[in-house]
Design a protein around this ligand. Sequence first.
Ligand code: NAD
Ligand code: UDP
Length: 343
Amino acid sequence: MKLNSGTLLITGGGGYIGSHTVVQLQAAGYRPLVLDNLSNCVPAVFERIEQISGQPVELIEGDVRDSVLLERIFSRYPIDAVIHFAGLKAVGESVQQPLRYYRHNVQGSLTLFEAMQRHGCKRLVFSSSATVYGPAATMPVNEQAPLAACNPYGRSKLMVEEMLGDLAAADSDWQIALLRYFNPVGAHPSGLIGEDPVGVPNNLLPYVAQVAIGRLPQLQVFGDDYPTPDGTGVRDYIHVMDLADGHLKALQALTDGHGCVPYNLGTGRGYSVLEVVAAFAAESGRPVPYDIAPRRAGDAAISYADPTFSRQQLGWRASRDLAEMVRDHWRWQQRNPNGYPTE
Ligand code: NAD
Ligand code: UDP
């Protein structure tokens, strides 16, 4: 991307992936403005980012669905591009509360894109998900695989991807990267920022970390009868710092004629639940007790990326291995056993 002002709007920049990306953007000389309604982050994250980067974070507290606020933001700041993280992300919750998910993820995105269009800001990096490939996809999955989301969360991502495809088809000035994340894990190596789920974690790594630290008694492994080497589910875990770097590369790839293009952000290598448990126990030196539970509804046996296209087009590849993911996740967990301070 040719820099004009270097000012970027980062929606959801206080969240897990957004906060790590803000750190990397500041280090690269951009000026990230964060728009976040603080529904899933606490103000302390911005102090931590400043501790890492030495630069304050400009926070606009508000909601991406608020068109009046967006109008003010785009009128006031010379925004070159937007990275759109803000949204809700829990699959199970989306099944219980579909309208809330469509409201935040679809209406929020639509409101944002309309504001961008009104102000001629047509460069966008969108947080999508590997979940848009659906559980029947053949692995490794590349960007041309059929799309088939199978829950409201996944459908909300797919709807936004389709909306953006239509937009770029109608107006060739739009330059859009759809980033399909695999399984983000790990934390900044400082241990100052990381994933801080509310309540009992749904995802494997934060759950394992809380078992290792003693907050939870034991892990339930959801199924050991999958057609995988040890019978447990296989996923493409990717270090959140590699993911953050992928956003920088995607931004830089936004040039005239780019259109709307999906990119896989994964490592291309899968690990089973039991391999993750073993890696965590080895890095932390703590036992991670588990028992085998029934399969979780809707889980695929195996999911991992073919990252070739991202490597070729973005010049990006994940460089951090499972040991580093686990080590950094554990450092964050140890330094912040109860997550971010809330006061
Ligand atoms: P997160 O919940 O940690 O971060 C989202 C941030 O957006 C939070 O700070 C929250 O306060 C804010 N937010 C939510 N709704 C908002 C709204 N309406 N207006 C303004 N701010 C709002 O989530 P994350 O893990 O950092 O994920 C970021 C994005 O990446 C999401 O769109 C998510 O769907 C997508 N994604 C995440 C994963 C994952 O495993 N973490 C995987 C694939 C895709
Ligand atoms: N998993 C598990 N126990 C848990 C959470 C997850 O066995 O408490 C398994 C899950 O079945 C899947 C893998 O860990 O095989 C990754 O699950 P996660 O929810 O982190 O990611 P996703 O299902 O979205 O890929």
